[in-house]
Design a protein around this ligand. Structure first.
Ligand code: SF4
Ligand code: SF4
Length: 173
């Protein structure tokens, strides 16, 4: 959810990342006051009620092209306002862009490891948010006589734990 494409830090980091649009960081995004829901739907976002009159769209975002936002000039307010921890720290001069790119690469590797383990457990729905896929895989009945299946759930838990630790430290703090 890139804040400002004209910002050189954003231009350097975000096209190499996408974790705030592909469901690694967020399962959905709520619209804010001032967002034009009809216009956003025309642009391709699929909005759904989220209780108390709120609207949200699920991630992975339908407008995410893999590297860039496909509706950048019209993106919702929440996307405009979000700034991850890496952007903040590079902007403040606490971290170099190269170090931030290394952290992005590490996070993407850990997210890929989680997705690989989900697939191996039969959770193949790439259009579902990562956290929902994880919940589905962990709540599936376990055949205790299937050692590989039991081990697979353990490996998934570990992979998610490693990913969350990195996301909390570098992106969400
Ligand atoms: S609208 Fe754009 S910035 Fe917002 S989540 Fe979707 S792809 Fe990302
Ligand atoms: S998580 Fe941060 S670096 Fe990554 S795309 Fe979002 S704003 Fe850019």
């Amino acid at each position: 959810m890139k804040k400002n494409a004209l910002d050189p830090v954003v231009a350097r980091l975000c096209p190499n990342c996408g974790l705030c649009c592909d469901s690694t960081l967020f399962a959905d995004v709520e619209l804010r006051a001032g967002d034009d829901a009809r216009r956003l739907e025309q642009l391709g976002l699929v909005l759904a009620p989220k209780g108390r009159g709120r609207l949200a769209f699920a991630q992975p975002c339908a407008c995410f092209g893999g590297k860039l936002c496909g509706i950048y000039g019209d993106r919702p307010r929440r996307c405009r306002l979000f700034e991850c921890g890496l952007l903040k720290r590079v902007g403040l001069g606490e971290l170099t862009a190269s170090a931030a790119l290394a952290k992005i690469a590490a996070a993407r590797r850990r997210a890929a490891a989680v997705r690989e383990r989900l697939r191996s457990l039969g959770q193949q729905d790439e259009q579902m948010a990562l956290t929902h896929r994880y919940a589905g895989a962990m709540s599936a009945p376990v055949d205790l006589s299937d050692a590989a299946g039991v081990a697979g759930q353990g490996e998934l838990m570990l992979a998610v734990s490693e990913l969350m630790e990195l996301l909390q430290r570098d992106f969400l703090s």
